[in-house]
Write a protein that binds this ligand. Structure first.
Ligand SMILES: NC(=O)c1ccc[n+]([C@@H]2O[C@H](COP(=O)([O-])OP(=O)(O)OC[C@H]3O[C@@H](n4cnc5c(N)ncnc54)[C@H](OP(=O)(O)O)[C@@H]3O)[C@@H](O)[C@H]2O)c1
Ligand SMILES: *[C@@H]1O[C@H](CO)[C@@H](O)[C@H](O)[C@H]1NC(C)=O
Length: 346
């Protein structure tokens, strides 16, 4: 049986779903000769770890208990302190303890450090752990979208890092791009609808996804150099216009402006879509006029759609479409990433 030791950072919607998938997939994984050994789980304030990470792991009962406790987002993992089968470390020792575990396991059994947090604070520990020779799996976009220097460090051993769920949740976006790129099929244009603008009016979340794709294609860009067309004008920005005003008179003004653009586009046989475009040295997020009969033009509902143009997919793009969010699909993508690392473990 091949063992993959795992430390999970973040037990919100995605992290908890991941723990549940790990527990329910036990026999499936055993049939493949694999066992995921979860040796530590942390939230923003504390870490629960097996007393001896070499020979012990957190039991399935304890993992489900972690999920139960964290269902209430205000409760703390410190309540697990009394249970005896684990040790609990507080905030001040958290990072050091994870690095200790990585140092201990990195060179021998290996370790997969999984980031299901939504924080920039994990960059430091991720970089250290990758340096020690451990693997990293991310659903969290922030470590990949901070300074170029941090990005370079994080991806310095490309086989040791997976981040499929950072773009399009469980959809095989990164994997498909990597297959094209590594086979010498240059990708010259990606255009995608990667967010539900209702959740992301400022466009920040989709800008992070666009940056991850642009960096994958070799663009050396930072988040602040991405052009983001906001769905509302400057004078309706939070802080300038109150939320009440925005929802009252604001939204209807917004509708009128958009209505005009929709009408103009339709005269050309086109539709408007809020997309990210990565092409050449260009990386931007905004409203584009697109052919009605393209994959993006046909898009209805909340699916994510990505059109990828390369030498092999020149006129007809490679299209990836499906649910691009949700705790379940995202956690499934993370789990698939962990399993994808199995050949790196003894
Ligand atoms: N949900 C989706 O559909 C989806 C899709 C694609 C990608 N993602 C990404 O997946 C990640 C997780 O999403 P989510 O919805 O599960 O978020 P969430 O519910 O907000 O959970 C975040 C978790 O991270 C923990 N955390 C915060 N700072 C931390 C730190 N410094 N170290 C360790 N843990 C820390 C939080 O701890 P506390 O409980 O102590 O606050 C919480 O348990 C995000 O980066 C998100 O962008 C989500
Ligand atoms: C994902 O998890 C979060 C946090 O527990 C929850 O608020 C949200 O409703 C879940 N989303 C879905 C689609 O189940």
């Amino acid at each position: 049986m091949k063992n993959i030791p795992v430390v999970l950072m973040g037990c919100g919607g995605v992290g908890r779903q991941l723990l549940q998938h790990i527990v329910t997939c036990r026999s499936l994984h055993a049939n493949q000769g694999i066992r995921l050994r979860v040796v530590g789980v942390c939230d923003s304030k504390s870490l629960v770890a097996a007393p001896d990470v070499y020979s012990m792991e957190l039991s399935d009962n304890l993992l489900l208990e972690v999920c139960r406790v964290k269902l209430d987002s205000s409760s703390s993992l410190l309540t697990l302190n009394g249970s005896g089968e684990c040790q609990v470390y507080s905030n001040s020792e958290l990072t050091k303890k994870i690095i200790d575990i990585a140092a201990l396991l990195g060179k021998s059994t290996g370790l997969a450090l999984v980031d299901c947090s939504a924080s920039s604070e994990t960059i430091g520990v991720l970089n250290r752990v990758v340096d020690i020779g451990c693997c990293a799996v991310l659903a969290n976009k922030k470590p990949l979208t901070s300074k170029m220097e941090d990005y370079d460090k994080l991806v310095s051993h490309p086989r040791f890092i997976r981040h499929e769920s950072t773009v399009g949740a469980g959809l095989p976006v990164i994997a498909s791009l990597n297959r094209l790129l590594s086979s010498g099929d240059p990708v010259h244009r990606i255009i995608g609808s990667l967010s539900d603008p209702r959740d992301d009016l400022s466009g920040m979340d989709v800008a992070r996804k666009a940056l991850i794709l642009a960096r994958l294609l070799g663009q050396r860009l930072n988040l602040d150099s991405i052009k983001i067309e906001s769905l509302y004008p400057e004078e309706m920005r939070p802080g300038v216009m109150s939320a009440e005003e925005f929802l009252g008179s604001g939204v209807s003004l917004l509708d009128k402006d958009i209505q005009e653009r929709v009408h103009k586009a339709s005269l050309n046989g086109n539709v408007l879509r809020y997309v990210c475009v990565i092409e050449g040295s260009r990386c931007e997020v905004g409203i584009q006029e697109l052919p009605k009969d393209s994959a993006l033009g046909r898009l209805k509902g909340s699916d994510n759609v990505l059109e990828i143009y390369s030498r092999c997919y020149f006129e007809q793009p490679l299209v990836i479409q499906g649910a691009g969010a949700g705790n379940d699909t995202t956690a499934t993508g993370v789990l698939a990433d962990i399993l994808d690392l199995q050949d790196l473990f003894p």
